[in-house]
Design a protein around this ligand. Sequence first.
Ligand code: AGP
Length: 590
Amino acid sequence: MICVCSIIGYKGKQSAAPILVDSLKRMEYRGYDSVGVATFKDGDILVKKGTGKVAEVSKSLNISAMSGMIGIGHTRWATHGGVTDSNAHPHSACKNNIAVVHNGIIENYKELKEELIKTGHVFSSETDSEVIAHLLEVHADRGIKGSLTATCKRLKGTYAFVAVFQDGTIAGARYEEPLIIGVANDGYFISSDVLGFLQYTDKAIFLDNYDIVLVDGSKMEIFNFDGNPVAHPITQVAWELGEVDKGKYAHYTLKEINDQRVTVANAARQDEAMMEKFCKVLSDAKSVYITGSGTSYHSALIMKHMLARYAKIRAETVMSSEAQDGLVGLDEGSALVAFSQSGETADVLESVKIAKKQGAKILGIVNVTTSSLARASDAFLSVNCGPEIGVAATKSFTGQLALVYNIVSSLAPDTLAAGEKAEFVKAVEKVIASSQLAIEKMASKMEQVNDIYLLGRSTHYPIALEGALKLKELAYVHAEGVAAGELKHGPLALMEKNTLVILLNPRDATYNDSLSNAHEIKARGASVIGISDAGSEVYDHWVEIPHMTEEAFYPIVEVIPLQMLAYYLALAKNADPDYPRNLAKSVTVK
Ligand code: AGP
């Protein structure tokens, strides 16, 4: 069983449980199948855990009332096995003198479990994580520090874990999963995400692989798996990261769609020196590869078009999950541009590792500037759109596109003028204001729709893929992005009465060919929704977008009605757009 989870530990002068519950709520977007907390008081460790969202579980188990000023907490997103109370974290060992929360995969957990069972250990969950608690117990005679180093040396896979011990010590260890210490005036936090403690302190220490942190009494020490001391600087994290309030909006997703009025402008504004460094590596590279997962991969596809068209730079795009085969033959002259909102996606970090091994330079495009990707990059730029809590990437996607426009106009100012960016900023604002009500109305009539095809050519094809992804993840509708020119090579066979097609058809070089596709689709009895700056009698429904004098800017504008459609269709189908089933915001396991 593996999980993408959030973990938090606190040791300080305040009551731990309310702080842990508050932190878990802020990090809930990372995973939300089950919740648990363990607190320490007077030599006892008390564990409460159950399935459901943080607010529900904490209310039904009265978690906030748990006493003690030391504790650990967890929200879980399981990808294998059942979502059950016993599989929820924290996990204890046989003597109930240790509790552990874990994020990642312990790949050798089966053999460890068998070995532990043979020596009399009794397991109470099906998780891989529970072996950590039992191993700590096995090595308890070496002292807490010794038990941590011995345990870490037995684990294979990827992990960040936090444990509370019977003397009130809390400790954490990391290998290939994020773990950050929050340094407050009156205590310490150990968390998988700065959002876990940012409301209490903006001072953070980012742990590296093979680091262990131990908070014993009021002192904190960091050492490696060999027990040798490690020193890391304290970083001041931007407070704005902590602003995760929905404000007047019903959902984070709706807020984040609306935030795009401002965030696209933020992404288009960059520090000149950082931009210069980034572009120098890119233009000096003999070969350029671009990677990302999900939505971030769609940005990679658009960047490839833009680099070729405006900067005459040829680039290869590689889905991060396919990097093993896709990133072969790189060398010291290569650059890998890696897109990741979170900067923590395991597949993206793996592709960075593969590229680095071959000597390539890494150019990160992130939203979280303290993330593993930012730290692994030779140069990075931030989309600077603030925390994105909705599982569906919305403002981070348009932020990535605005940043791509900025990069390309820095590389090739004569072909794509930087001054023109005011045009897409205004157009984004206009499309948000003008299409919201109409799309809400349209979605309310689409409740019964189960299949949608999205068609586009050139840069509109990645937007068709992105629109399909949004509809799948938010509205649970089967949706397929199709390159419009491929219609007659197969997908046309699916066009019949009741088929619904969304055509991305702005008035650029692709317009006439795509309009012909609309006629072909209509002739087979299917319905067509046209997203365009020009109306046509062939559309059953026309979603109007502003006309752009620079055609490269259409993608950033035309994706917004698709985000809204996915959001309102989710509502029409009674789905929770902020927490789509089975998904998590940051996929930190492969
Ligand atoms: C997008 O709506 C998805 N939630 C998902 O595809 C996401 O874009 C992907 O997991 C990559 O995340 P990242 O940008 O944080 O690396």
